[in-house]
Ligand binder design. Structure first.
Ligand code: ZN
Ligand code: ZN
Length: 107
């Protein structure tokens, strides 16, 4: 398989920031203040990243309906009853119904 035919390589004289292997060329111009890794470490990095992106090991919050907190409050603006909130009410802050919240944001 032909290698790097249409890819410009920049000749460099660097060492991998992870394993210390010598790097003689890079597919991009090194900026100097950025760490560079050899192809081996790069591949390992992307494999790790892809594994993490798939989730399953913590990281990344689950999607779905937001948790709603059951409350028994009244809107500080119009006095309408509020039975649930998308956040835990702190008690010392006025809460507003969705209508008033929307009106306040668009104001
Ligand atoms: Zn390396
Ligand atoms: Zn209201």
């Amino acid at each position: 398989m032909p290698f790097g035919q249409d890819r410009q390589m920049f000749p460099v004289d660097l060492s991998c920031a992870k394993c210390g292997a010598h790097i003689s060329e890079l597919p991009f111009q090194p900026s100097g203040d950025r760490k560079v890794y050899c192809s081996e470490c790069n591949r390992a990095f992307w494999q790790d990243k892809r594994a993490n992106d798939r989730g399953g090991f913590g990281g990344g919050r689950p999607r779905g309906p937001r948790q709603m907190f059951q409350v028994n409050l009244t809107c500080a603006d119009c006095g309408k009853a509020i039975t649930e909130l998308p956040f835990e009410p702190s008690g010392d802050k006025p809460v507003y119904c969705t209508d008033c919240l929307r009106a306040r944001k668009s104001r």
